[in-house]
Design a protein around this ligand. Structure first.
Ligand code: DGT
Length: 229
């Protein structure tokens, strides 16, 4: 009873933040988002939200990520619609700390949708349905982004990393796909000619090695702390 009461007391005293300061880590596949995200573990008061890729791999026993890569024209809409849902769930989730650090966002899901449109992976009407859902959510929920950190990389570098990590679903992904995804991220966050920007953008050289990334992380930390004061 004592243990149970202590747990209840602890839960009642945990303050939840419905509107935390939100940082989204963006960049191409293999750009180092997960590693960068993990640096934030050292950040006081931050809730780290990695990408829900495991959810996509097991939707009632179905690996949708694998289905998507094996047969994009059949599964692009279904996969994209589930990705969008799981991202919205993370955006709207209250956190036990005042900072939320997310790997990607509902905003960058649009980069993939844009690519599906450009390469005719998806029908026009399917894209419209996904975009209508997106617009509705933007108007009717309070999805917030305060800072975007763009790990900008060279497609050839991330292609090598992707091959080295050998995620089994990605074994047939060609360099060409990474080039397309890179161009769309650059259109959005570097050239800034595509979509509107939901937050200020900080660009970081993601081609650098892990050790070389550390000073860049420190720069981010300073910027975030400055924005809060
Ligand atoms: P990292 O840590 O920078 O190496 O990042 P990754 O590669 O672990 O994470 P990410 O988000 O670039 O992608 C994980 C896999 O899921 C990758 O095969 C691309 C795919 N993916 C992520 N988001 C979307 C999306 O919105 N649509 C589609 N079609 N694929 C997506």
């Amino acid at each position: 009873h004592k243990v149970k009461n202590n747990c209840i007391m602890e839960m009642l005293s945990t303050k939840l933040y419905n509107n935390p300061f939100t940082i989204c880590i963006e960049g191409n596949i293999g750009s180092g988002k997960t590693t960068f995200l993990n640096h934030f573990q050292s950040f006081n008061n931050a809730t780290i939200l990695p990408e829900p890729v495991d959810l996509w791999r097991d939707v009632d026993g179905v690996n949708l990520l694998d289905y998507f890569y094996k047969d994009p024209t059949h599964y692009a809409f279904l996969f994209q619609s589930y990705v969008q849902l799981t991202r919205l769930q993370l955006h709207t989730m209250a956190t036990p700390s005042p900072y939320k650090v997310m790997e990607r966002s509902v905003f960058s899901a649009r980069c993939f949708l844009e690519n599906m449109k450009r390469t005719n992976m998806i029908q026009n009407v399917e894209a419209i349905v996904l975009e209508d859902w997106y617009d509705w959510c933007m108007k009717n929920t309070n999805i917030r982004a305060d800072l975007i950190i763009y790990l900008r990389t060279t497609p050839e570098v991330v292609f090598q990393r992707m091959q080295a990590r050998a995620r089994k679903e990605e074994d047939s992904v060609p360099l060409e796909y990474l080039k397309q995804i890179h161009e769309i991220h650059d259109d959005w966050l570097y050239r800034r000619t595509l979509f509107s920007l939901p937050a200020p953008v900080m660009i970081i050289d993601g081609d650098k090695s892990l050790e070389e990334m550390m000073p860049q992380f420190e720069k981010c930390r300073d910027r975030i702390l400055n924005e809060q004061t």
